[in-house]
Design a protein around this ligand. Structure first.
Ligand code: ARG
Length: 271
């Protein structure tokens, strides 16, 4: 009799312990938003070498990270009622910073690809763009079709979709993978590479700023549904809800478009 009672006590103790453990672990994974509010800041990882989405510019005498994505990040922070902290790094580190918990969101003109969706959650898309080749203006006639690019020396940013598109669709081309976009463009201007593959708005931005550069008329095939979206750590669904709500509004009322226009003006003071 006594033994039965003890077993009962022990079992109920274990059961309640298990319940409490379960509850606390599920609540900590549920409340990404709570954690951000407690910290009082939203940490956003980005790679500021991609105007008009994110870049560095001299504003009020200070070198600051600006761009349409950064304005959008600010709108998300405002919705959460916290401060925005922009954490700059090279693009190949942006997504990993979500896994290590260093950032709450990754916003860097990131294409929501199927591979990435396996590892991260993505917001609804906020921008749909093409991917193009930036070339020297004097080569506009030379690089008119894919055959002419097949054996060219092409640069792309490490870890990006434009990089993997070159690998897959131009396997004979010589690919130069660089961590920094600006560096790739310098290589193009100095003649070390023949083309740089990147998101079209970014290529257009470089071409507008540099009279010696132009966007090629030929382009590779893009996969469907790879629009730009905000990356979120898998499972942080309450945070995704807030982000989606903000994006929907910025798209519907034309604010994201206005952010892009503001960013285009700021490229005049790009650093
Ligand atoms: N859209 C491309 C991708 O997701 C390139 C993004 C590069 N972004 C940047 N901020 N440098 O792979």
């Amino acid at each position: 009799m006594k033994l039965k009672k003890w077993i009962f006590v022990l079992c109920s103790f274990l059961a309640s312990f298990f319940l409490v453990a379960c509850q606390s672990s599920s609540s900590s994974s549920q409340s990404a938003v709570e954690a951000i509010k407690q910290k009082g800041k939203l940490v956003v990882a980005t790679s500021p070498d991609y105007a008009p989405f994110e870049f560095q510019a001299l504003v009020d005498g200070k070198n600051q990270v600006v761009g349409a994505d950064i304005d959008m990040a600010q709108a998300i922070a405002d919705e959460l009622g916290v401060k925005l902290e922009v954490s700059s790094m090279s693009f190949d580190n942006v997504l990993t910073s979500l896994q290590t918990g260093k950032a709450d969101l990754a916003i860097a003109g990131i294409s929501a690809t199927e591979e990435r969706k396996e590892v991260f959650d993505f917001s609804i898309p906020y921008y749909e763009n093409k991917i193009s080749f930036l070339i020297r203006k004097t080569d506009l006639e030379k690089y008119k079709d894919l055959d002419s690019l097949a054996s060219a020396n092409i640069a792309a940013q490490k870890g990006t979709v434009p990089e993997s598109m070159v690998k897959e669709q131009l396997p004979k081309a010589q690919l130069t993978s660089l961590t920094n976009m600006g560096e790739a463009v310098n290589e193009l201007q100095s003649g070390k590479v023949d083309a740089v593959h990147m998101d079209e708005p970014v290529a257009l931005s470089y071409a507008t700023k540099n009279a010696d550069l132009a966007v090629a008329t030929v382009s590779l095939t893009m996969k469907e549904g790879e629009e730009n979206a905000v990356a979120i750590k898998k499972g942080n669904s309450d945070l995704k809800e807030v982000v989606d709500k903000v994006i929907q509004k910025l798209k519907d009322d034309g604010t994201y478009q206005a952010y892009l226009e503001k960013a285009a003006k700021l490229t005049e003071v790009e650093q």
